[in-house]
Design a protein around this ligand. Structure first.
Ligand code: ARG
Length: 462
């Protein structure tokens, strides 16, 4: 019967319009394993406080086993009249435990503390799977970096050629933000592992139930929350999850954007593997970077999930309000999107083929070694301000005469500046430039090799 959890004070049942609006089983039914886990833990707390005998607790446990079996076999499921997962499962418990025993379970708890707990359990579970998937992506990036230990590429700022860097260095620059996202996710786990169970509707329980027992049973290491109002009314933990996962999406999106550009004919930096790219229904020649584009597109959706949730929370008075039912769909969607996106993205990255010849050809173009000329001059004792000017003069000379930086004759060099001895040519090479950047975090091969080790270690100790 509709409204089965709260019919007593009502003369009539809910209108079909109300039921259609308020029903949440279409998305919260998937919380059933967590709901049952919560109920089992709650039953133990009731027994510990003397509200269930040992025999009743056993009978209830058997009923839950049977209910679980019936759900798994598809024999029991949420029905039209069930308002939410909690109502549906209480109906189910009564089927298997009988009305008298089944009717005892609800003492000392509310759907408000239940749902606040279940959403945490769901997010904690899925944070572990997302965590694993991100680690696999970091591994794929690190493998590509190790496979190209000394391939140079044009490093860019403002999308303009800036200075040559190692391809491995650039790739690893996409791994580090993901490592920090994992650290954020692990840190979030600490706050997510506090248990709202026992807070009741908002004021706590008068039955002497032990919320620490429930928290322990549910593996919520943070123990019961200190404030029952906060426990039922706050969703900052859900919002924080939505933020950290949005950031994962955004970090994928930035990498995706580069892959999309790199795969163009004009750039020609990478080739996508056939099995990780798509074709066109009309243009037979097309090979499209759809995985990267979906990563870019879905990151917008994840941001929407986050901002939608934040907007739901803004202005909500304490304690529980039904608005809070709107917290779940955004994060469920975020989880579902990331769980399909990450494996595809990782496969795409792992199977990229880099056109290292083209990357090497382009690396010195656009006068990207001008900084090396300036720094060479500094080493000859010229002040950097003047060195910058002289190097700039050389760039202008080369540009007007259609030359690359290493191409002017000795006479032409001297004409630009008497400081430009022929020796300057020794630094105007991509290899020399890269190898010289041995400062902390620099692109020199030795530093990048070291960096790979640091990355692996940072992931290991997460
Ligand atoms: N389905 C609700 C939610 O997702 C929990 C039920 C609380 N309902 C209530 N009337 N207090 O937040």
């Amino acid at each position: 019967e509709a409204g089965a959890l709260w019919g007593g004070r009502f003369a009539s049942g809910p209108s079909p319009e109300l039921l259609a609006l308020s029903k949440s089983t279409q998305f919260d039914w998937q919380l059933w394993p967590y709901d049952i886990a919560g109920s089992r833990a709650h039953a133990k707390a009731l027994a510990a406080a003397g509200y269930l005998t040992a025999a009743e607790l056993d009978a209830m446990s058997v009923a839950f086993d049977r209910l679980r079996g019936a759900i798994e076999s598809g024999e029991f499921t949420a029905e039209e009249g069930d308002e939410d997962v909690h109502s549906a499962l209480e109906r189910g418990l009564i089927v298997f435990a009988g009305a008298e025993l089944g009717g005892k379970l609800r003492a000392g708890r509310s759907r408000n503390d239940q749902i606040a707990t279940l959403v945490r359990l769901y997010l904690l579970d899925h944070s572990r799977s997302i965590d694993r998937l991100v680690i696999q992506l970091i591994d794929a990036i690190a493998s590509q970096a190790s496979a190209h230990p000394d391939a140079p590429m044009p490093g860019r700022t403002h999308l303009q050629h800036a200075q040559p860097v190692l391809l491995s260095h650039h790739l690893l620059a996409h791994a580090w933000p993901l490592v920090r996202d994992l650290e954020r996710l692990r840190d979030w786990t600490v706050r997510a592992s506090e248990s709202p169970y026992g807070a009741g509707a908002l004021a706590g329980s008068s039955l002497g139930l032990d919320p620490a027992l429930v928290a322990r049973e549910l593996g919520l290491a943070g123990g019961p929350m200190p404030n029952s109002i906060d426990a039922t009314a706050s969703r900052d933990v859900v919002a924080e999850f939505a933020f950290v996962t949005s950031l994962i999406g955004i970090n994928l999106s930035r990498f995706a954007e580069e892959i999309i550009v790199w795969a163009t004919r004009e750039f020609g930096f990478v080739r996508l593997h056939d099995s990780y790219s798509t074709g066109s229904s009309i243009m037979p020649q097309k090979k499209n970077p759809d995985i990267a584009e979906l990563a870019r597109g879905k990151s917008g959706r994840l941001i929407g999930n986050l901002t939608g949730l934040l907007a739901t929370l803004k202005g909500l008075p304490l304690a529980y309000n039904r608005d809070l039912q709107e917290d779940k769909e955004p994060v469920f969607d975020t989880v579902e999107q990331l769980e399909v996106l990450l494996p595809a993205f990782t496969g795409m990255v792992a199977s990229l083929t880099f056109n290292t010849g083209r990357l090497a050809d382009l690396a010195p173009q656009g006068f990207s070694l001008a900084t090396d000329v300036a720094e060479w001059l500094v080493k000859q004792g010229v002040a950097f301000r003047d060195a910058h000017e002289i190097s700039g003069d050389l760039v202008r000379f080369c540009e007007t005469n259609g030359l690359e930086l290493h191409e002017p004759t000795d006479e032409q060099l001297i004409a630009v500046s008497p400081h430009l001895a022929p020796d300057v040519r020794t630094v105007v090479t991509v290899e020399g430039s890269i190898a010289s950047r041995t400062g902390a975090g620099g692109t020199a091969g030795v530093r990048v090799a070291e960096q790979l080790g640091q990355l692996t270690e940072r992931v290991r100790i997460l």
